[in-house]
Write a new protein. Structure first.
Ligand SMILES: Nc1ncnc2c1ncn2[C@@H]1O[C@H](COP(=O)(O)OP(=O)(O)OP(=O)(O)O)[C@@H](O)[C@H]1O
Ligand SMILES: [Mg+2]
Length: 509
């Protein structure tokens, strides 16, 4: 490969090992200036690691990095920023109770003549950049009061404020609603037309087709080449990435629902500020069926799940699980009534990151004899048990001894949670954003797992912000808006447009 100033970024022969595990095996990357360049690869393929090397967070064991045709030794993020590289991480790093401006200038404060912080000047600069790129960000708003989409724009602003010419976005759309995604794609195009270069990691093939010029593919740490996006399509991208044909369409037989296992009546739940988020909601899920809840983030889904799991108190109404009332009890009680939950925020609820992978596979079951030696865990048994889950659910740890959960890639952490919850053989499975951050191959696998659980006789409540997912996987689709069910349909009797309208409140009056 030739080094040329036609490219904003070139990475040649990057080798990165973690202990004995090779995360990147001589990977190349060529990103033309003023383009949007996507990086595609399965969970654990090495995408984040490669970008962390470019941003100076990790050091490569071998290989070279060239910025605008010049060799660069990027040994720290400070050095990366100095060279015009900015990175927006998948998990935002903002200070919640600071304002937008305070967050943006944090660590890069502008000082006036007497060395005093010049907030006014900083605020004006932030506003100017926001206006230039149509971000529509209020410089005085507090982070905790603005939407996730806005917070992300603040992260991008922060990078631009530091003079970024090359922007790395690691799974920026995983947490956004469809209109926010559209806006982000618009912003990306605007940025490249004004001279910036963007590298984006995403699992959503549609977005690559809509936003990127070129796409580089990494498979298990090995560079598989790049494609011209104009000449590709979803099926082509998926099979290049996984190395086999992926079925993007969900295949399932008709459901044979039995008795009602989860029954919710006139449920009202308030959030921590005391505002009702779930309002007199009725919902039934029967054995052998998947009920999908379609809705935009923030319409009571989180409070509903928390109430079912007894993580928060309900104000009024009943939650019946297999004939038992479980509202306002304890998470342990709900679990003992054979309810398993795949939580939406894997870091907050799903895992204990500093603990070992093996300990994480039996979180709710530490007390059981199965894994116990008196009050101690039997690590041999645990090891064997974890191995069966790793095989069955295709979790890909790097294979070192005593591996911690924090060392797994995001998607593999998600698979580990699903493996654990399904292994409990629940009567009721609550799946809240079960495929968030997963690659298309893994999504296919999770959908098959949910359908297999259904066919075993479990009652499944699927809550997802991805409308396609709800429409493809559910037998019954309920729409939630402002904490109420505003429509209920059998699969195949409703289209995206009608659901979208209801989700936006178009059908409630
Ligand atoms: N700090 C670390 N210590 C040990 N192993 C690591 C570390 N960081 C990454 N790995 C391993 O390197 C591999 C690549 O991880 P990486 O996070 O780059 O994957 P990814 O392509 O971004 O995946 P995802 O789509 O799931 O985010 C994984 O197998 C992961 O377990
Ligand atoms: Mg990643």
């Amino acid at each position: 490969m030739e080094v040329s100033s036609e490219y904003a970024v070139q990475m040649h022969g990057i080798l990165k090992k973690f202990g004995a595990f090779t995360a990147l095996d001589h990977v190349d990357l060529d990103v033309k200036r003023q383009t949007v360049h996507a990086i595609l690869g399965e969970n654990g393929a090495g995408k984040t690691t490669l970008m962390n090397i470019l941003y100076g967070l990790y050091q490569a064991d071998e290989g070279g990095v060239f910025i605008n045709g010049e060799e660069a030794q990027i040994t720290s993020p400070t050095e990366a920023i100095r060279r015009g590289i900015g990175m927006v991480h998948q998990h935002f790093m903002l200070v919640e109770n600071f304002t937008v401006t305070e967050n943006i200038i944090l660590g890069d404060e502008v000082c006036g003549a007497a060395g005093v912080l010049d907030m006014k000047k900083a605020r004006e600069e932030v506003l100017a950049i926001s206006q230039e790129y149509g971000f529509d960000v209020d410089p005085d708003a507090r982070i905790e009061d603005i939407s996730v989409g806005m917070q992300q724009r603040v992260e991008i602003l922060k990078a631009l404020y530091r003079g970024a010419e090359i922007l790395i976005l690691d799974e920026p759309t995983a947490v956004l609603t469809p209109p926010e995604i559209e806006k982000l794609i618009e912003i990306m195009h605007d940025l490249t037309s004004k001279g910036k270069t963007i590298i984006i990691i995403t699992h959503k093939l549609k977005e690559i087709l809509e936003s990127a010029d070129e796409c580089s593919i990494i498979r298990r740490g090995v560079y598989m080449g790049k494609v011209d996006v104009k000449e590709s399509n979803e099926t082509d991208l998926a099979s290049r990435m996984v190395g086999r044909n992926v079925n993007l369409k969900v295949e399932k037989t008709k459901a044979h629902p039995g008795e009602v296992l989860l029954s919710i009546r006139r449920l009202t739940v308030a959030d921590e500020r005391g505002i009702d988020q779930v309002r007199e909601l009725d919902l039934d899920v029967r054995s052998g069926e998947i009920v999908g809840l379609a809705g935009i983030d923030g319409n009571g889904q989180q409070e509903l799940v928390d109430a079912i799991c007894s993580l928060i108190k309900v104000k009024a109404g009943r939650i019946m699980v297999g004939g038992h009332e479980v509202q306002n009890t304890t998470p342990r009680n709900v679990f003992e009534h054979a309810v398993a939950t795949i939580p939406s925020d894997r870091h907050r609820w799903g895992l204990v990151l500093p603990m070992m992978v093996e300990e994480n596979t039996v979180l709710e079951r530490h007390g059981e004899d199965l894994f116990g030696k008196g009050i101690m865990l039997d690590y041999d048994k645990l090891h064997e048990y974890t191995h069966t889950l790793v095989e069955r659910f295709d979790i890909r740890p790097s294979g070192c001894e005593q591996e911690r959960m924090s060392g797994l890639s995001g998607g593999n952490q998600q698979k580990a949670i699903i493996a654990r919850q399904v292994s409990y053989v629940p009567d009721i499975l609550i799946a809240f954003q079960p495929t968030r951050g997963l690659d298309v191959g893994a999504i296919e696998f999770v959908h098959k797992t949910l359908i297999a659980e259904r066919d075993r006789g479990a009652a499944i409540l699927l809550i997802s912000y991805e409308l396609d997912e709800v429409m493809d996987v559910s037998d019954t689709i309920d729409v939630i808006y402002h904490g109420k069910i505003v429509g209920s349909f059998e699969q195949g009797t409703v289209d995206e447009k009608e659901l979208g309208l209801l989700m936006a409140g178009g059908g409630s009056q």
